[in-house]
Design a binder for this molecule. Structure first.
Ligand SMILES: Nc1ncnc2c1ncn2[C@@H]1O[C@H](COP(=O)(O)OP(=O)(O)OP(=O)(O)O)[C@@H](O)[C@H]1O
Length: 243
């Protein structure tokens, strides 16, 4: 069976600046892949390439075995995206935003699905609130609801726990992990919250200055770098450049 997503030899530069060089990895159902690396390593740029927001200079992206560049709109119907810096129209209520998003993107999001997802991400009480009144953590959870509306097979999440308090970080991580298992999704996420990431992911992609310096199962990477947890791995691999 084809992987849900396979990336081969992806490279991207902005002018002289090489942002990503020869990136390859794949994800299968139930995989949760964590992309980690310092600020500016290229994590968000990689997600933008996977969404078609920017175009690679080289390389291949295959969703469900199909060439992303030939069938982009069709393939993106099965991909959900959430990020802490995406905001939704402020003058609409939470529910109006979700209905409009559904219409705009041709997502068959029934009222029931919207209600279920609002319940799951603990936003039911905010359904009729104006989006401008949401806290940053609530906005992040609304973005997660939106990303899940189309019942995607792959979720791309850029720092999905940014802005959440510790209790919600733990809760959202559990929800995402359960979803990956039950709905056989693949999730690819970036995060700087190493403790929570370690509880969620089964695979890691270590990015440094646009290059992969480690990729594979968490266990294998821990063995290879002779570490026992993700924080130790992080500092061993990326160094403590600021001291
Ligand atoms: N449109 C662009 N033009 C020029 N340089 C860019 C552009 N977008 C990103 N970059 C540069 O590419 C590099 C990678 O940026 P990116 O946002 O992907 O990093 P990141 O790993 O997500 O960082 P962070 O942890 O801070 O979110 C940075 O040096 C950034 O300045």
């Amino acid at each position: 069976m084809n992987p849900l997503l396979k990336v081969k030899g992806l490279s991207k530069s902005f002018g002289e600046k090489v942002v990503l060089r020869d990136i390859s990895f794949e994800v299968n159902p139930k995989d949760i892949l964590g992309i980690i690396g310092p600020n500016g390593a290229g994590k968000s740029s990689l997600l933008y390439l996977l969404l078609g927001i920017i175009t690679p200079d080289q390389g291949e992206i295959l969703y469900f075995g199909k060439d992303f560049f030939k069938e982009r709109s069709l393939l993106l119907e099965k991909v959900g995206f959430a990020s802490h810096y995406v905001s939704l129209p402020f003058s609409l209520s939470v529910k109006e935003n979700l209905r409009i998003f559904g219409h705009l993107y041709g997502v068959k999001a029934s009222e029931r699905r919207i209600d279920e997802l609002l319940e799951l991400f603990k936003l039911k009480e905010k359904a009729d609130a104006l989006t401008r009144t949401l806290s940053s953590g609530e906005m992040m959870r609304l973005n997660l609801v939106r990303a899940n509306l189309s019942a995607p097979k792959i979720l791309l999440l850029d720092e999905p726990t940014a802005g959440l308090d510790p209790e919600y970080i733990r809760y959202v991580a559990k929800v995402l992990k359960d979803k990956a298992q039950k709905e056989e999704l693949a999730i690819i996420l970036t995060s700087h919250q190493l403790g929570e990431l370690e509880r969620m992911v089964n695979k890691l992609l270590l990015l440094k200055e646009g290059q992969v310096i480690g990729y594979g199962s968490v266990d294998k990477l821990f063995q290879r770098f002779e570490v026992t947890d993700l924080e130790e791995l992080y500092f061993k691999v990326f160094g403590d450049v600021r001291t």
